[in-house]
Design a protein around this ligand. Structure first.
Ligand code: 5GP
Ligand code: MN
Length: 312
């Protein structure tokens, strides 16, 4: 059922034990929104615990209370009366569903979220789930501490490429301005998010060397194979380095996850890549989307190029 923000606030107010979660391969918006919500719920005397079923990327290590995030263990149960699911659909949370049978309250900004089986607040015009979280916490009367504001600002900044993408609206900038009034340090956050280990930098250098052009230069792609994926902690941001190539419409990165799991990231200048990702079993936004192929890298690449061929 589609909810209003007020109804979301009411549901949270009447819950006592809340499991907060977001997608695997967590990014700044996933971690920023879960942390901000968890900290705010605790202000209201709730029991709130974040579970994310994946490794957390080191470039987000600076976020407050990150060490309290748990990864579900085999057979583990968590006593909750509500799951607050942020920035994704339940299918993209790994094994979260096995922790509890509690109902799901889903808050998201992905246009491809068509979740009808649970309570959903969807605002596809929001630049980040954190932009919605800001409004929600205002509705709930939470105190915007520096920690909460830092988490929310990080989610908005990372999902908009630091206020560059088309998703950036006057409201996005007004929200960011209000967060700066809560003592957020934008220079500190950008420095932390963009920091890379020397290892990652070398990995990025190797990955860039795999750049291939397709369809007369309209598509640029990078492949991060098993060997390369093992030496880097993150390839976050690398796709933006090839999207800027003149005449490139779509940039992709294919990353080895396991023998039969290959992650695809898509970015575009104009083409609706959410639609392409959806066809491939994933989702996302018009200009930033992705999916996971349950095949090896070579087969994933072949499937992708065949699908892209329908567009070029
Ligand atoms: P990224 O390339 O940064 O991993 O993801 C870009 C966008 O696409 C994000 O908004 C992300 O949530 C979405 N996305 C990436 N992979 C998947 C996927 O497997 N399924 C769905 N539904 N969305 C995805
Ligand atoms: Mn997001």
């Amino acid at each position: 059922m589609k909810l209003t923000l007020k109804e979301v606030a009411n549901k949270l107010n009447s819950a006592e034990k809340i499991l907060v979660t977001a997608h695997v391969s967590p990014d700044g918006d996933a971690l920023g929104s879960t942390l901000a919500m968890c900290l705010a719920l605790r202000q209201f005397g709730k029991t709130a615990q974040i579970f994310i079923d994946d490794k957390l990327p080191p470039y987000l290590n600076f976020l407050p209370h990150l060490d309290e995030i748990k990864r579900p263990q085999e057979g583990e149960k968590f006593d909750a009366d509500l799951i607050l699911l942020l920035d994704t659909v339940i299918d993209r949370t790994g094994n979260i569903r096995s922790l509890t049978d509690a109902p799901i309250l889903n808050v998201d900004h992905h246009v491809t979220n068509t979740g009808t089986e649970n309570d959903l607040y969807l605002e596809p015009n929001a630049a980040a789930t954190c932009e919605i979280v800001f409004d929600l916490l205002k509705e709930m009367g939470a105190t915007f501490t520096k920690e909460i504001a830092t988490c929310i600002y990080t989610g908005i900044a990372t999902d908009t490429g630091f206020f560059k993408y088309q998703s950036t609206t006057p409201k996005t900038l007004r929200t960011a301005a209000e967060l700066l009034e809560c003592d957020v340090e934008p220079n500190y956050i950008s420095e932390q998010v963009e920091r890379r280990t020397l290892n990652d930098f070398i990995g990025i250098k190797h990955a860039l060397q795999t750049t291939e052009m397709f369809f007369g230069g309209k598509v640029a792609g990078i492949v991060v194979d098993e060997q390369l994926s093992k030496i880097v902690d993150t390839t976050e941001g690398i796709i933006d380095l090839i999207r800027v190539i003149e005449d490139v419409e779509i940039a992709f990165v294919l990353t080895y996850k396991e023998e039969n799991a290959t992650k695809l990231s898509l970015r575009s200048k104009n083409v609706n890549v959410a639609e392409i990702a959806k066809k491939l079993g994933g989702g996302g936004h018009i200009r930033a989307a992705g999916c996971t192929f349950h095949t090896n890298l070579d087969e994933a690449k072949e499937t992708l190029l065949k699908t892209l061929g329908e567009y070029f």
